[in-house]
Design a protein around this ligand. Sequence first.
Ligand code: FA5
Ligand code: MG
Length: 422
Amino acid sequence: LHIWTRRYSNGIEGVTYNNVFYPPDEYTNIRSSILSHLGRNIYLQKDHPIAIVRSLIEKHFGSSFVPITALPPIVSPQQNFDELEFPLDHPGRRPSDSYYLNKDWMLRTHTSAHEVQVFRSGIPKWLLSADVYRRDEIDRSHYPVFHQMEGARVVEPSEMEDLRKENDELAQSLAAVNIQVEDVSTIGEKNPYQPWHNPDHAKLVNDNLKHSLNGMIYALFGGLATHKGKGPLQVRWIDAYFPWTSPSYEVEVLFDGKWLEILGCGVMQQAALTRSSVPKDNVGWAFGLGLERIAMVLFQVPDIRLFWSKDARFLEQFSDGTVTQFKPFSKYPSSSKDVSFWLGEREVHENDVYDIVREVAGGLVEEVKEVDRFTHPKTGKSSRAYRVTYRSMERTLTGEEVNTLHNDLGLKLIEAFNVQLR
Ligand code: FA5
Ligand code: MG
């Protein structure tokens, strides 16, 4: 595995990954702080909490769902967006939201990027886990690299009677456990069934999606000590919109008094299935869930950065097949520092600022908050201020170290955006 970057005279870096060179262009926005995560594969690492959640879900669905892993993260925008019916002006396509190697290649932003390809290979039931990449804010529950599991199933007309029986059985086993499912979706109105589907078949597949996911959620969360003696596990289905599913839903779990979004899902749009050469009388469902979200709750991990830790005090606490509560090994002190600057000629997107902070501080940054945005009434010049919180998960940072990081951040901001520090 070889990753390196080459700097061009215009300052844009080209990337070589697995011996393929990606020539830079105006889309290129990937930095070495992100590239260094490619190939880490923590979701496959023995005894790692992310891998434990993955295998718990795989085990729950059983061997009829084929597990798929280790697909490389570099995909085309066609795979990530077009094959899934994303409109051309969808915000997710913008380089401010996604990482591009160049205009033809990007890091997948979701595991749905592989749906068409996997259905095309003819596998009717599958679970695909992978690392995904998004440009986003910086805090204890957001990291630019996280993991998703995609699950999907396609059903032929001849299998529909069996599906009806399967649904009855799933409904019966859910009735026997302590779960309360509230469905506040408005299916049929704003969130319609597809007119070209056999209505009976679409409903069977829709019901199968619901029962299957409720069962999985109960398998994961039903045994949590926090829910024992506290009444049923509460699950809520709400309307959602995804370009490649209809109806579409988001599913939330009530945890510690708050609704936590676990996944997005829906009945596959037939256009996307047809693109996979699936016969047009087949009906399918798909879901995509966040493995970190679930792992943070199940293992009580307070900061998403811990999943990337190589510290034995973190890693040695977990073992395959079991869910145990993380025992914090002391929280080291944090140090917050502000940086404020006047913008030069051009606007600066906050995600570009966050990437520079990641580049400078890597895993030592806990949070970045915009604390001020101001335009001078006379000069018309704009200023921005950010509060950066530095904290190591593994040791106490010295004042000198933090100063060096913060000074370096100022210099990098000047270099990248031609701003003037205040
Ligand atoms: C998607 O990514 C869709 N691909 C899901 C999907 C698949 C819909 C198949 C329909 C059919 P969304 O962006 O909402 O949707 O992310 C899905 C899940 O990933 C979320 O529910 C959450 O659990 C997790 N997730 C999303 N963003 C983050 C983040 N920044 N950090 C950690 N987990 C995240
Ligand atoms: Mg969502």
